[in-house]
Design a protein around this ligand. Structure first.
Ligand SMILES: [Zn+2]
Length: 315
């Protein structure tokens, strides 16, 4: 028996362990190392993230979001240019600036609007999807079908960021230390402006923010408040907000999600759960939860097999 496969496995698990909890805050490297080739790519137990994580370019196929936000893939994704007049893409090493063209167009519109109306020089764009979507090594359960995007709650600086800065720079924490409200030292009316601009986009289905941010939006939104119904509290959104768009026309294999209720979601009862002590300071479980086996290719919609097998789109 040779020790080589064991070494490869050790190397892989080191990569995985080092990065299990990626978020907007996790730093990347300006000189990322490519993943080693798979010893057995046809192993049915292999996590689909191993296959999708190794694709560098989109599938040369007609555009189609396939499956559900947290269980699917995308054919014919488009890359968001890493620089625009009013946006810059962060953490380039993750190669997650791919999405359905409708999402790419929305980001460009939102960036221009944030610049013009929200008093920001522009937006910093975090994770969208991998070139062919699918599950990822780190971070998200969703972002699999090219219809999700993370936007930093930190305005774009007034100059192009270097490659290194895009990997190393941290977003600003928006939530107060006691977790019950926003941090007034970092929160500004422009933050409300950029979230509102995103929520008012007709194609947007939901926006996820930390509950303290939702509380601040409820308190401070003036005039039209219809957009508040789309903004939902969610764990893990202290530094960025998450935009989710509806299944676009033409994506017949895309699985939609029920529309959010029309209520603003601003009543005390609506937010009470999120500010319970047991939610803000969860007790560690007495027995550590068993790690779940990764999602396999067989668990994804059948069309995702073709998306993986398709030739690379032209860069
Ligand atoms: Zn997200």
């Amino acid at each position: 028996m040779t020790s080589r496969p064991i070494l490869i496995r050790l190397f892989l698990s080191a990569i995985l362990l080092g990065a299990t909890a990626a978020s907007a805050q996790d730093k990347g490297s300006a000189d990322p190392r490519p993943l080693p080739p798979l010893a057995n790519p046809d192993d049915p137990k292999l996590g689909a993230k191993e296959l999708f994580g190794r694709k560098v370019l989109p599938a040369a196929m007609p555009t189609q979001a396939v499956g559900f936000y947290a269980k699917g893939c995308i054919a014919g994704a488009e890359g968001l240019p890493i620089n625009g007049d009013t946006w810059q893409v962060m953490r380039l090493s993750r190669n997650r600036y791919w999405a359905h063209p409708d999402m790419v167009a929305l980001i460009k519109r939102l960036a221009a609007k944030a610049h013009k109306d929200a008093g920001w020089p522009g937006i910093l764009v975090g994770d969208m999807s991998q070139p062919r979507g699918g599950p990822m090594f780190t971070g998200h359960a969703s972002h699999q079908v090219g219809l999700d995007a993370d936007i930093w709650l930190t305005p774009m600086p007034n100059r192009p960021l270097s490659r290194n800065e895009r990997e190393e720079m941290s977003a600003v924490m928006m939530v107060r230390a006691d977790r019950l409200d926003i941090d007034p030292h970092s929160w500004t009316p422009s933050h409300l402006g950029v979230i509102r601009a995103a929520a008012q986009e007709p194609g947007v289905q939901r926006i996820f923010v930390n509950a303290a941010i939702k509380k601040a939006l409820c308190r401070e939104a003036k005039g039209d408040r219809d957009w508040l119904s789309k903004v939902r509290p969610m764990y893990g959104h202290d530094y960025h907000f998450h935009i989710r768009i509806k299944c676009p026309p033409g994506s017949d294999a895309c699985e939609s999600q029920p529309e959010p209720s029309e209520s603003e979601g601003c009543g005390t009862g609506d937010l009470a759960y999120w500010f319970k002590d047991s939610v803000i300071h969860p007790k560690p479980p007495t027995t550590p939860p068993k790690p779940r086996p990764p999602m396999t290719l067989a668990q994804l919609p059948a069309a995702c097999k073709q998306v993986l097998a398709a030739p690379d789109a032209k860069p």
